[in-house]
Ligand binder design. Structure first.
Ligand SMILES: Nc1ccnc(=O)[nH]1
Length: 213
């Protein structure tokens, strides 16, 4: 896993452990330097200046993009990296800031908008956004698993998300329900394990290749 993805996944895991959605995001400038970072804080009350929390719009990508200043620079050479495909809100935020590239780590079958949203207006045509699809199997598998655990087992019964999920990713629903997988995640939460430890425990259970970096 590249180091930027390790950071994104660490943020996502912090969010999951705090009861929010397992989503982390960073913004890199044209030299690859991190200039923004955030995570979902939807189900938390945090008072971090410049960040949203305890709100349906307290999304990881919003919290990361909000750190870009308003004046003086353009962000066409910047990249938004997030482990979950952004929703309509966050696609809108990416377009507003004018970041040139979006990398997402896992396609969201319910709210994902990078693969489904079409917007035709002059601002969008002028700015453009290059979308890079999932490319890291560990990020993809662990994100899909944690997102499924969140929606199906931690905050179940909300309905809408489950329909798309069951139709498109029954494999994830089945995997998340396996006692060995559920136990590995519960153990990691209880021990306050870091993301590398969690991923190492999940690798054999998910059939992922061993660490390459
Ligand atoms: N892509 C995302 C979906 C849901 N929540 C987030 O923070 N981000």
């Amino acid at each position: 896993m590249e180091s930027v993805w390790r950071l994104v996944m660490a943020l996502a895991w912090d969010a999951y452990r705090a009861g929010s959605l397992p989503v982390g995001a960073v913004v890199l400038d044209g030299d690859g330097v991190m200039v923004g970072r955030g995570r979902s804080t939807r189900h938390e009350d945090l008072a971090v200046p410049g960040q949203l929390s305890n709100s349906r719009i307290a999304h990881a990508e919003i919290n990361a993009l909000a750190q870009l200043p308003c004046r003086g620079v353009s962000f066409g050479d910047h990249t938004l990296v997030t482990n979950v495909e952004p929703c309509c809100l966050c696609m809108g935020a990416a377009l507003q800031t004018g970041v040139g590239t979006l990398h997402y780590g896992w396609r969201d079958p319910y709210a994902g908008a990078a693969t489904s949203m079409t917007v035709r207006n002059p601002q969008v045509s002028r700015r453009g956004l290059t979308v890079v699809e999932p490319a890291d199997e560990t990020v993809e598998a662990v994100t899909g698993l944690l997102a499924t655990c969140h929606y199906f087992y931690r905050r179940p019964g909300r309905g809408a998300a489950g329909v798309a999920w069951r139709d498109e990713r029954p494999d994830l629903v089945t995997t998340a329900a396996r006692p060995s997988v559920a136990a590995a995640i519960d153990r990691a939460v209880a021990r306050e394990a870091d993301i590398d430890t969690l991923i190492d425990e999940l690798r054999p259970l998910l059939g992922l290749a061993s660490m390459d970096s």
